[in-house]
Design a protein around this ligand. Sequence first.
Ligand code: COA
Length: 381
Amino acid sequence: MASAPGSPAHAVEGLEGIVAATSRICLVDGVGGRLIYQGYDIHDLVAHASFEEVAYLLWHGELPTRAQLDALNKDLVAARALPEPVLAIIRAVPEDALPMDVLRTAVSALGIHDPEAKDNSQAANLRKSVRLTAQLATVVAAIDRLRNARPLVPPDPALGHSANFLYMLWGKRPDETSTHAVDIALILHADHELNASTFAARVTAATLADMHSAITSGIGTLKGPLHGGANEAVMRLLLQIGEVSKAIPAVNAIIAAKQKIPGFGHRVYKTEDPRATHLRKMSETLWRQKGELKWFEMSRVIEQYMLAEKHIHSNVDFYSATCYYALGIPLDLFTPVFAVSRISGWTAHVLEQLADNRLIRPRAEYVGPLNRTYVPIDKRR
Ligand code: COA
């Protein structure tokens, strides 16, 4: 359909390939298969850094010195507890409420109770970034404890971010392998340029609304199965398939029905997603340790088939699914765990947007009718 006179022509569906911001935070090289945070290759960060160091890097553009990291750790630990009215909201939701919905609601409520709620300065927003990063882990653990009528586990100041998250979730101190696996998963999910949820957060921030409004937008956007919700959809599919031998027929049936296989495809990567490289390895390690390889093998069969037959690579969500499942994380917490990590990237992008802000307001190509005559209601058929 032709666009109307006066309408800007040629909408780009899904904004594919449109460059909508300049950013120093993250480079996604979809052809070279590289992911860079503030100049550092993700492979280097996974090998050497902690999630806390990566969060600092995203916010400040530099890796922290020992003293800076100690100060950040102190601030994160101090911010872990949730305000009682926010806990009351989590307690009040129906037992079967979706954790992503509860998380979105809790973050919105955290905004009301934030000590600097009405301060949208960069200094206050940096402090809010630290608070939100600490609080999201507590919110996700609290959602799971409370819906299962289990007592809340107070955060342990002696534990780092990832270990404390698992401790608050499980109620027991996590082993080193599980802690390391979560830390790597958090590093890998921390930022990804202008993905849909980060874009949503930046659009909200650019109106000069507050940090919590921007993050609430981000969480609502992450929920969808085309974005963060894919990790849960992957595990549901694997469980539904049930047996390695049934994997290829099941994939073929989905494709024949013109549906997508969750955990495959990407708007930017035309080669292996570098995050998948680590998560594949981690999934294998975790399942080998458990002496149970079925879910990893099923994933491999599907991945190899999709690549050979459809030329489509797995993405970050494909192997994060079996990693989280190996760690005993409930399926509907997979996407909230993604948010526990991505909060660092979302907040970094909000800070960057506000440092040099301009309202984000694109146009639509109008393809609707023109010159219609108003018909009084009684004459309409
Ligand atoms: N399963 C099967 N086919 C897929 C596919 C998948 N997961 N992802 C893409 N394709 C195919 C499409 O059918 C399309 O084929 P066609 O050109 O023959 O019609 C082609 O690849 C391009 O896909 P398209 O949906 O137009 O790409 P997009 O850039 O709009 O979407 C995603 C990107 C990520 C939304 C899409 O790949 C998808 O829905 N993946 C599954 C959900 C997912 O894992 N999301 C998490 C992303 S990190």
